[in-house]
Design a protein. Structure first.
Length: 328
């Protein structure tokens, strides 16, 4: 297992039950780095069978194959999913939500550092108008751009990525409002509100960063009405999931000058089709879901697998436990 330049700072929590330990299948196709991660924690990797007790799933998709594996091997009590977001597995999670003897874990929190770094990079690039300046072919007649220092930042989501974004933003001394499910104060934020209050905080926002899970509740969190309520100087950054933004409404808002700029690592649909208006929108940066590249995520996922295999074998606390009903 190769070392990572990033840290996984996620805190393990107690599962609702202790899965019965046993052989682990690495599916749908074994990869050495993740097999080694299982072995490093003392686990046994074996082909899928009636003896299998755990699954490490390595693709963001093929949920029907995972479902078939679970249905055909009812002794499986733990599944490790590969990414922080589990929206691709939403129907599967809902299907097994009533099983009290099946634990799902994901990589949520594992990729916080690289994704938060990308969020801040997009924020600075949009505020400083770097794409337009980088593609300029003549010296600008006037100096433009906005400093991040002291701005009002609305951060949607307070998971591992959101917390790391706040840590990285701290030197810029922004006034941060966190939008989350609970009003319980978040360390590092000046204000904490629920999604029901999003409309109240958007008009004062200079920067809106989306770092929330993709669920039915967060779909099109930003749409035509929200963009219309924002400052014409505001910028929007999305490093979460594309469906949090109404793509057509965003394209219109940028074209009409309702907001200043957008930085998108994710889109809806994804990939964004060739010829889409956002590709030629000069006020939009699109980075094609590269906030966490495979060389960044592989060692982090391997570390997460090792931590959870150790918990699986010892009846300990797991990291990244998924709530099948909530969808994250």
């Amino acid at each position: 297992m190769s070392a990572s330049q990033h840290r996984d700072l996620s805190v393990p929590t107690s599962p609702s039950f202790a899965p019965i330990p046993g052989p682990i299948a690495v599916l749908p196709r074994e990869k050495d780095v993740f097999v080694d991660a299982v072995h490093a924690a003392g686990g046994t990797v074996a082909p899928l069978s009636q003896d299998t007790r755990g699954i490490v799933w390595l693709t963001y998709g093929k949920s029907e194959e995972l479902s078939a594996a679970l249905d055909g091997n009812p002794g499986i009590q733990w599944v490790q999913l590969p990414w922080a977001g589990v929206d691709a597995f939403a129907p599967l999670l809902a299907h097994y939500a009533d099983r009290t003897d099946l634990l799902f874990t994901s990589a949520k929190g594992a990729y916080s550092e690289p994704v938060a770094e990308h969020a801040v990079a997009l924020t600075l690039a949009t505020l400083r108008e770097l794409p337009q300046k980088a593609h300029a072919t003549t010296w600008a007649a006037t100096s433009t751009g906005t400093s991040l220092y002291g701005l009002n930042v609305v951060l949607v989501g307070a998971g591992g990525i959101g917390i790391e974004i706040m840590r990285l933003l701290a030197p810029y001394r922004p006034v941060i409002t966190v939008v989350r499910r609970s009003t319980t104060p978040v360390d590092g934020a000046h204000h904490t509100v629920t999604a029901a209050s999003l409309a109240e905080v958007l008009p004062a926002a200079d920067v809106v960063i989306l770092a929330a899970a993709s669920t039915s509740d967060t779909r099109h969190l930003l749409g035509a009405a929200e963009f219309a309520s924002m400052k014409s100087s505001a910028v929007v950054v999305n490093i979460a999931r594309g469906p949090l933004i109404d793509t057509d409404a965003l394209a219109t808002a940028l074209a009409d000058g309702q907001i200043a700029r957008a930085g998108l690592d994710v889109t809806d649909p994804e990939p964004l089709p060739d010829g889409h208006a956002l590709w030629t929108e000069p006020r939009c940066i699109i980075t094609s879901h590269s906030a966490d590249t495979p060389p960044m995520t592989a060692p982090l996922l391997a570390g997460r697998i090792s931590r959870n295999v150790a918990a699986f074998l010892a009846g300990g606390d797991f990291t990244g436990i998924v709530d099948p009903r909530a969808g994250y």
